[in-house]
Design a protein around this ligand. Structure first.
Ligand SMILES: Nc1ncnc2c1ncn2[C@@H]1O[C@H](COP(=O)(O)OP(=O)(O)OP(=O)(O)O)[C@@H](O)[C@H]1O
Ligand SMILES: [Mg+2]
Length: 370
């Protein structure tokens, strides 16, 4: 299978040390006698140089996760390691450890949904703020801030005030400020949710460019699958404080029954009647160019209906999905489905209704493959 440059890069990285690791991360909020388990044993591994997206419904624990990663929120249990440093070990162990934690945190850039800029300060002074806290001299602060504003395309706005900027420009300032401490990682909680689609795209492009140019690792929270599709190398799905699915986007797309894959790349189409088998076929790379459907039809002398189909670029790779219908029930189509799998295609039987049927369908297919 041909491997693009980007995926080669990631294959190399996969052997490296993860930049962000959480193990058994748990956060229980207690308020007025009630307990809310916002995080319930989260193990996260974000590799150096990747853009990692966390998705999930409201209340799933996404923001809590990101706040625990930079220890703005103290986890109830579990560990957080960023760039080789165990932040949980530093937290709350006296003055010196707290100073070390502040130092470590200043190297974790954070971008917010509502920008959080100080309206009384100029754009440049907003970017300089974290450098002031770090005790960087005035001259050096100015130089660094202007360099960062140039990097985010706002060199001409240094003397402007936040109220004079558009939403997208404000977020660029937020990103420049997040980069002031030369972070290894950038955390972003819904940083494009307050922006229109076009501005969202330009901010995503900026994040992707920074990721590539600076080797910056990005952990971002989003509720938009489009964001994952556009810039993420890997993704995790959270539900009820747990990570229920995670992996590189390619791995997820290749995982039968993956909820994330279905949302990243939905393909619709209802069966034309009972007693038919509906199959979702996913094509990656070379397989997309082979005439497998007509081969299938000819080899087994069956009529195949295409119920839905789409091509898309996901994580920089061409992927195709097709929902097809074969005459007859699943049991009668074990051999044609096996044929598709032998062609290197990913095949998910879509019309199996119950878990029991899924189990038996899998068993039949395994037997069929032997
Ligand atoms: N400070 C807090 N005190 C008590 N409960 C909290 C607190 N912060 C969050 N929670 C609860 O923890 C759970 C997870 O919240 P969190 O903000 O992490 O969700 P989220 O996935 O970011 O949601 P959204 O998509 O709406 O931003 C929710 O049930 C929420 O009510
Ligand atoms: Mg949130």
């Amino acid at each position: 299978m041909p491997v693009s440059g980007r995926h080669q890069r990631r294959a190399l990285d996969s052997d490296g040390i993860p930049v962000i690791t959480t193990t058994g991360l748990t956060k229980v909020y207690r308020s007025r006698g009630r307990e809310v388990t916002a995080l319930d044993g989260v193990d996260l591994h974000v590799r150096e140089g990747e853009v990692y997206g966390v998705v999930g419904q409201s209340g799933a624990g996404k923001s809590t996760l990101i706040r625990c990663v930079n220890l703005l929120e103290r986890p109830t249990s579990g560990t957080v390691t960023v760039a080789g440093q165990d932040l949980t070990a530093l937290a709350g162990r006296g003055q010196r450890a707290n100073a070390a934690l502040r130092q470590a945190r200043s190297r974790i850039g954070m971008v917010f949904q509502h920008f959080n800029l100080l309206s009384s300060r100029t754009v440049q002074a907003n970017v300089e703020l974290p450098l002031e806290i770090l005790g960087v001299s005035g001259k050096e602060r100015g130089r660094k801030a202007l360099e960062l504003l140039d990097l985010v395309g706002l060199a001409d706005k240094a003397k402007a005030y936040p109220t004079q900027l558009s939403g997208g420009q404000k977020q660029r300032v937020g990103i420049a400020r997040a980069l002031a401490g030369d972070p290894k990682v950038l955390l972003s909680d819904e940083s494009t949710s307050a922006l229109d689609p076009e501005t969202t795209r330009s901010i995503l492009t900026l994040l992707r460019d920074l990721n590539r140019q600076l080797g910056l690792t990005v952990l971002l929270i989003t509720h938009e699958m489009e964001v994952v599709k556009t810039i993420c190398d890997s993704a995790a799905l959270m539900k009820g404080g747990r990570v229920v699915e995670s992996g590189t986007v390619s791995e997820l797309l290749a995982t039968p029954g993956s909820e994330l894959a279905a949302e990243l790349f939905p393909v619709g189409g209802e069966p034309s009647g009972p007693g038919r088998t509906v199959v979702d076929v996913t094509f990656h790379g070379e397989a997309a160019t082979q005439p497998v459907i007509s081969q299938l039809s000819r080899t087994y002398n069956i009529d195949i209906s295409i119920l839905g189909a789409a091509m898309d670029t996901v994580a920089g790779k061409q992927v195709g999905r097709m929902r097809i219908e074969l005459p007859g029930r699943f049991e009668e189509n074990v051999v044609p489905i096996g044929f598709l799998r032998e062609q290197g295609l990913q095949v998910d039987v879509a019309d199996v209704r119950t878990a029991h049927d899924t189990a038996s369908a899998d068993a039949i297919l395994k037997d069929g493959a032997q």
